[in-house]
Design a protein around this ligand. Structure first.
Ligand code: CUA
Length: 226
């Protein structure tokens, strides 16, 4: 069930998502300050008599209220640019996972490990376990090691899909004929859920993603049993 805690962003599980949350809060703070200032100004206009016989021009105030918003925008643009390059950086990944979008499921390939590959379908509501998440759980989860740099290669076999995990700050489109790349670092164990977020057809909402973040030795055990 949704509670008040679910109104905002999910708790981050990676340094990149942490940075995205910081930037969101920063931009929101600037937005609130602008809204309060402009709201106050508009409210005070109602009590203005609008009488000034000598007012012909106001060069100074026009300079101020042109340059000031431009400077405020820089305070959003520069951190945004920093974040953009941070998200794009690939730091020597220790594991590469290839995920291919299909209508309507994901298939995964661990190309580094004897090409382990499998399909990952959503668990239908009537087959769901009692503690399962409806429209969010899959039959075969991705298992990946925590505290390691992980590269994701995303593509699609039919239409455009999008490989999206909110807790990790990852959102990459899978496009037929193209191979997109991103990376992340999971700083805690757990289950991280995501959904395809391109409108890829009638059953678009039925292709969730589940990552099992586990310690490295657990991951090695899992991959060698596949
Ligand atoms: Cu695949 Cu939406």
């Amino acid at each position: 069930m949704s509670t008040w805690a679910n109104l905002g962003l999910q708790d981050s599980a990676s340094p990149l998502m942490e940075q995205l949350i910081f930037f969101h809060d920063h931009a929101l703070l600037i937005l609130v300050m602008i809204t309060v200032l402009v709201g106050y100004l508009m409210f005070m206009l109602f009590f203005n008599k609008y009488i000034n016989r000598f007012l012909l021009h106001g060069q100074l105030i026009e300079m101020i209220w042109t340059i000031l918003p431009a400077i405020i925008l820089l305070f959003i643009a520069l951190p945004s640019l920093r974040l953009l390059y941070l998200l794009d950086e690939i730091n020597e990944p220790s594991v590469t996972l290839k995920s291919i979008g299909h209508q309507w499921y994901w298939s995964y390939e661990y190309s580094d490990f004897n090409n382990v590959e499998f399909d990952s379908y959503m668990v239908p509501t009537n087959e769901l376990e009692n503690d399962g998440f409806r429209l969010l759980d899959v039959d075969n989860r991705i298992v990946l090691p925590m505290n390691s740099q992980i590269r994701i290669l995303v593509t699609a076999a039919d239409v455009i899909h999008s490989w999206t995990i909110p807790a990790l700050g990852v959102k990459v489109d899978g496009t037929p004929g193209r191979l997109n790349q991103t990376n992340f670092f999971m700083n805690r164990p757990g289950l991280f859920y995501g959904q395809c977020s391109e409108i890829c057809g009638a059953n678009h909402s039925f292709m969730p993603i589940v990552i099992e973040s586990v310690p490295v030795n657990h991951f090695i055990k899992w991959i060698s049993n596949n």
